[in-house]
Design a protein around this ligand. Structure first.
Ligand SMILES: [Mg+2]
Length: 263
């Protein structure tokens, strides 16, 4: 996902430039595209949005750095989703749905903002992700676990569920990702058989789209690969719809993330 995430700022500037172009050069009348705001009143104010995000995450500072709080509305919303997921997983295990045809039960987790929280990083870089700043962050710090997801994943592992991670992070961030997941308390092993990163340079043969996979292609194709190894994915967890689209999971859980959108 970091590979395909465009700068939101550059998108905004491009949109602004397009609007200015139409205004100055009179390319037809005002756009008829209903997705284009007709008034600034239809656009949330960016400063207010950032303040809302900070309030929602229960922003707290340590020195100059920002962290989310365990008693935030974000954590409360997560807890509700996780309680439902735990109940669903327990039900699936109890009723042996996973056991049909000898399939082994598994869950799939995304990494950023599903397993570990990028809030501190996002605030540090002003919500302007770049591969370089992200790598510099991981060189020196671990991201904290997403509240409750460590507990849920560890519970599932204790029930005999195999935990897989599928992330859009590049293969180059494998070691940092393994270190971070382990350091913050995930007990399932994020080894090479269970942690899938995006390998644009040398994509695996099971991804027919190869180096041109969209996130949905890559993630759903990797889930299909996991199924082909004899697993039934009884729960798939992600903070982006692109983590969840494309099938190959019995149930999907969308975790909250108002900080960015990834197609
Ligand atoms: Mg994510």
């Amino acid at each position: 996902m970091p590979l395909v995430r465009p700068s939101r700022r550059s998108l905004a500037l491009a949109a602004a430039a397009a609007t200015l172009g139409a205004a100055f050069y009179g390319v037809g009348a005002a756009t008829a595209d209903p997705s284009v705001p007709r008034s600034d009143k239809e656009i949330p104010n960016l400063t207010n949005v950032v303040n809302d995000i900070k309030a929602y995450y229960g922003d707290t500072t340590v020195g100059s750095e920002h962290y989310a709080s365990a008693d935030s509305n974000y954590a409360r919303q997560l807890a509700g989703i996780e309680a439902k997921a735990k109940s669903d997983l327990a039900h699936a295990l109890k009723h042996g749905k996973d056991g049909k045809d000898g399939k082994k039960p598994a869950i799939v987790l995304d990494v950023d903002d599903t397993s570990v929280l990028t809030y501190n990083y996002e605030l540090e870089v002003g919500f302007a992700y770049s591969p370089a700043s992200n790598q510099a962050y991981l060189d020196t710090k671990d991201m904290p676990p997403v509240f409750g997801m460590d507990t849920l994943a560890n519970w599932a592992a204790d029930q005999g569920v195999t935990v897989f991670w599928i992330t859009g992070r590049p293969e180059a961030q494998r070691a940092d990702t393994v270190r971070n997941l382990t350091a913050v308390g995930y007990t399932a092993a994020p080894d090479t058989a269970h942690l899938y990163l995006k390998n644009a340079a040398n994509p695996p043969a099971y991804l027919a789209c190869g180096a041109t996979c969209t996130t949905i292609d890559y993630k759903s194709g990797t889930r299909a690969h996991i199924e082909s190894l004899g697993y039934d994915i009884i729960g798939n967890f992600g903070d982006q719809y692109s983590d969840l689209s494309g099938g190959h999971a019995d149930k999907s859980y969308k975790l909250p993330n108002p900080m960015y959108y990834l197609p």
